[in-house]
Design a protein around this ligand. Structure first.
Ligand code: NAD
Length: 507
């Protein structure tokens, strides 16, 4: 455990970054990280290091974001601890070779299987808002999958970055897993190296830089980006639930949450009730106001505060709840604003802050058209209303994920990731393992199979028709794309093999 002071963040010397990467890569190439028991020991040690540093995590999150203990224990330390237990409990199951499905009979003798091979030496670049969860979460998957890992925490949450390094150094094999600290320059030095995967969480602009840097090496990338997430509220929704849940989505971590809704499109008949409910909910959540509450975070730093303040200043909407700001305290009050267009500054870009712009709409169709016009592939989508309305919204939109009648929620073991402009690749739960492995198909041809395999060798004369008789699949559709309905006849003629009639006759 550390004392009250968290030492200030020291960036890694640039000249050491390449050497550190080489050590980590070498350890992978020497197969140190492949052994499953080795991976489990690393994860178990990481568990205890997080446990031992729980108070440091709380303190770091409070210093960086004024994050309440409640939110830190649930969404940072507690989240990671559960993730590790879930992973270590299931890893033996996940690493097993997988039986290959849909294999034709002759190939089954080759015992086809899928091996989950580690990718190699991977880079994980973290972000500031959930500095522990979003940095070490992918690392857990990368270790479980047998990779060597270099970790770059966000310099914007400097106290958390220091504690992340402490935790890693206290638990993980330093030859296989290392932390590089730094900002843009250090990250770019890391990006100049060759990686077997880069896992990035952050904004779309930096995401593009990452993908470009990866391209020359053909390095696969996961981009966990943000989104201009809509909440669509139909006239069948419950105004009280809408207000309470949407307010929660924008007060957790002061709205610095990639999955929180960016704006609400509400059926105009429901708007007055929803506004009343927002006022009630705000009083209930923060009886003395958010500023005096111990349960409300602050904005990460001045540039983000300035960005948010100018979004609010530039809005032409009417403030209905909140609206106060205090730069010295990096405080922005949860603020409900009625706007008159999705082009309003509060809707058109991702706020990543505690703003709740509301736009009244005529009906569901208008809401869907508007949501698709603002950003057609956001990270999250939050439809409120009856089952039928929610189903209509889901089938007319795209998004990384959907929480019906809720805000921001994402179950910890459900695959999580964006689509289109909100990124690509998914992790969490089993997906954290899957995203860091290569599914390597393996077959083995026994010598006795030679009597079948011999047909592939020249001379080819007379072999093609025999091969086709055994292997050609007969389409069950016609030239107009219509499905043929003589299924039973085909079944009898092919003796249930689903293959050619000739082959059936042969059998
Ligand atoms: P960011 O993109 O500014 O920074 C993220 C990381 O990129 C940091 O580690 C930083 O050091 C590095 N970086 C910054 N500029 C760089 C450059 N020019 N070259 C190389 N590396 C660079 O993001 P942020 O401000 O930390 O986070 C806010 C964004 O992240 C929001 O858009 C939010 O929605 C998104 N986000 C997404 C998720 C998710 O899981 N999908 C989670 C949290 C945040």
């Amino acid at each position: 455990m550390m004392g009250d002071q968290i030492p200030s963040l020291q960036f890694s010397p640039l000249e050491e970054i390449s050497a550190c990467t080489s050590t980590t890569r070498k350890s992978f190439l020497e197969h140190r990280t492949r052994d499953v028991e080795f991976r489990l020991v690393q994860l178990r040690k990481l568990y205890w290091a997080i446990k031992d540093h729980e108070e440091d995590i709380v303190r770091a999150c409070a210093l960086d974001l004024n994050k309440p203990r409640f939110e830190t224990e649930i969404a940072e330390s507690g989240w990671l601890l559960n993730d590790i237990v879930f992973t270590t409990r299931n890893l033996h199951k996940w690493v097993k070779d997988e039986k290959a499905h849909d294999i034709d009979l002759p190939f089954r003798f080759m015992k086809p299987k899928i091996r989950k091979d580690p990718l190699g030496c991977v880079l994980v670049i973290g972000t500031f808002n959930f500095p522990f969860q979003l940095t070490l979460g992918p690392v857990i998957g990368a270790i479980a999958a047998g990779n060597a890992v270099v970790i770059k925490p966000s310099e914007n949450a400097p106290n958390s970055a220091v504690i992340i390094q402490k935790i890693c150094e206290a638990s993980l094999d330093p030859l296989c897993y290392s932390v590089v600290q730094g900002g843009v320059t250090e990250t770019q030095a890391l990006l100049a190296e060759r990686w077997d995967k880069i896992f990035f969480t952050g904004g779309a602009n930096v995401g593009r830089i990452i993908a470009k840097a990866a391209a020359p090496y053909l390095t696969p990338v996961v981009l966990e980006l943000g989104g201009i997430n809509p909440a669509i509220v139909s006239k069948t929704a419950d105004p009280r639930l809408v207000a309470r849940r949407m307010l929660w989505g924008k007060t957790v971590n002061a709205g610095q949450l990639c999955t929180s809704q960016n704006y609400l499109l509400i059926d105009k008949s429901l708007v007055p009730q929803v506004i009343e409910e927002f006022k009630k909910a705000y009083k209930e959540f923060y009886p003395q106001g958010a500023k005096k509450s111990p349960d409300y975070s602050r904005i990460i730093n001045k540039p983000h505060f300035q960005r948010l303040k100018s979004m609010l200043d530039n809005s032409t909407g009417k403030i209905l709840v909140g609206g106060t700001v205090d730069e010295d305290d990096l405080f922005i009050e949860p603020t409900v604003v009625q706007v008159d267009s999705v082009k309003d500054s509060l809707c058109a870009q991702e706020s990543f802050g505690p703003f709740i712009p509301i736009l009244p709409v005529e009906d569901l169709d208008e809401a869907i058209t508007l949501a698709n016009s603002v950003q057609s592939t956001p990270l999250g989508l939050y439809p409120f209303g009856s089952k039928a309305d929610v189903a209509k919204i889901i089938s007319s939109t795209r998004s990384g994920g959907v929480s019906c009648n809720d805000a921001a929620l994402h179950i910890p073991t459900l695959p999580f990731g964006g689509v289109g402009e909100s990124g690509y690749g998914a992790y969490r739960g089993r997906s954290s393992f899957d995203v860091f492995v290569h599914r390597r198909p393996i077959t083995s041809s026994p010598s006795w199979l030679e009597f079948i395999l011999a047909f592939r060798y020249p001379p080819y004369a007379g072999k093609l028709s025999k091969f086709k008789a055994f292997s050609e699949l007969v389409p069950d559709f016609d030239r107009r794309g219509q499905k043929l309905t003589v299924g039973w006849l085909r079944f009898i003629l092919t003796l249930g093999g689903g293959q050619s009639v000739k082959a059936g006759a042969g059998r």
